[in-house]
Design a protein around this ligand. Structure first.
Ligand code: NAD
Ligand code: DAU
Length: 340
């Protein structure tokens, strides 16, 4: 058995990856290490625990807690660490940047130190296209300079640079993927797509920032998981790989697609004051990861259709999340915003 430590594995992409990896690699044992912040949820792994009981373990802990990280490595001796753990929501990073720096920068450093001490065979960092900043024309390649504009993207860039430094300085076998926006099952409903889908199901307004003409590459989460897996298996240490579908969709078109699929009126769209420093467009050059044999398998139309269907069929999962802390956050984030 090959033991893989998957940090942040109780979140959206991490839980999809754990499910995918245990199906794909019969000789893997996945140890999920997760703090279970508001965005982490053991419901995301309920079926994994049922189907893969012997090959799955869960440990609750903080990646920024070096004693706890050391203890988990000592106990399980993973050959590979894949780090999904992060504070991930741009709007929250504008309200409270501190925890982003603690987890996304300092937490990454703690994991890298552990990877170095325990001589892991691979440390993989899951990063984001946001580190390139907005790209008004053309596509970002892995060699491009980082032009971060939000506390979230700056923290992620800090984590990436620390990974590359640990490769150069200490020969830690690090790889990095920079993914575009993911959509699919188990995404916390603060992010635009699950927020719009669940609001639309309930006939509540869809809060669209600014003119809604910002461009995103909304890729299906399983495509991203396959891209990460390809890099973990075949990527070269010290290298960065962009992972995205290559397609671009404006937020207004994304909202229209959701409303069309649900048979709801466009009048539910409520344009409101824009996000400060809102990046206008991201676009990735993905030729490097495609050279490893990976390709995106879902066009936007399929990805959004599968995503909407999942939220329609899985109200048990999201309805209880839209209470308590979520409602407090929702009020803070949206209540005072002007209609535009
Ligand atoms: P998420 O917010 O759904 O999940 C994050 C997970 O990390 C949660 O389970 C949370 O409990 C855990 N976590 C947070 N702080 C922690 C800490 N200090 N210690 C241990 N666990 C902690 O995030 P996601 O959307 O699944 O993103 C996963 C990774 O992928 C992140 O690194 C993110 O930057 C990156 N990414 C996300 C997207 C996207 O569209 N969602 C795109 C590209 C890259
Ligand atoms: O690009 C990859 C990144 O995608 C990841 O690194 C981040 O973790 C992830 O959160 C996501 O960041 P975005 O800011 O692009 O995602 P979000 O879902 O917050 O917003 C998507 C777009 O929709 C963005 O242009 C902002 C807009 N938006 C968002 C919200 C929450 C709205 O118009 N209204 C909203 O209420």
């Amino acid at each position: 058995m090959k033991t893989v430590l998957i940090t942040g594995g109780a979140g959206f992409i991490g839980s999809n990856y754990v499910r995918y990896a245990l199906q794909e690699h019969a000789d893997w044992r996945a140890v999920v290490y997760d703090k279970l912040t508001y965005a982490g949820n053991l419901d995301n792994l309920k079926d994994v625990a049922q189907h893969f009981g012997q090959r799955y373990a869960f440990v609750r802990g903080d990646i920024a807690d070096s004693k706890a990280v050391t203890a988990v490595l000592r106990e399980y001796r993973p050959g590979t660490i894949i780090n999904f753990a992060a504070d991930t929501h741009v709007d929250r990073s504008l309200m409270e940047p501190g925890s982003f720096i603690m987890t996304d920068v300092y937490g990454t450093y703690v994991l890298l130190e552990a990877a170095r001490e325990f001589k892991v065979e691979r440390y993989h960092q899951v990063s984001t296209d946001e580190v390139y900043g907005q790209v008004l024309e053309g596509r970002s390649t892995e060699e491009d300079k980082l032009h971060t504009r939000s506390p979230y993207s700056a923290s992620k860039a800090g984590g990436d640079l620390m990974c590359l430094a640990y490769h150069t300085s200490f020969n830690v076998p690090v790889t990095i993927t920079r993914g575009s926006n993911n959509i699919g099952p188990y995404q916390y409903p603060e992010k635009a797509v699950p927020l719009f889908v669940t609001n639309a199901i309930d006939g509540i307004p869809l809060p669209l920032y600014g003119d809604g003409l910002q461009q995103r590459d909304y890729q299906y989460v399983l495509d991203h998981c396959e891209g990460i897996d390809a890099v973990v298996q075949k990527g070269q240490p010290g290298e960065v790989y962009n992972v995205g579908s290559g397609a671009e969709t404006s937020n207004i078109d994304m909202a229209h697609a959701i409303l069309d699929l649900l048979g709801k009126p466009y009048s539910l769209i409520q344009p409101i004051t824009d996000r400060p420093g809102h990046d206008r467009r991201y676009a990735l050059d993905t030729s490097k990861v495609r050279s490893l044999g990976w390709s995106s398998r879902h066009a936007f139309a399929q990805a959004i259709e599968k995503t909407v269907r999942w939220y329609v069929d899985n109200e048990w999962w999201w309805r209880k999340l839209k209470t308590g802390e979520y409602l407090e956050y929702y009020k803070r984030q949206y209540a005072g915003r002007e209609l535009v």
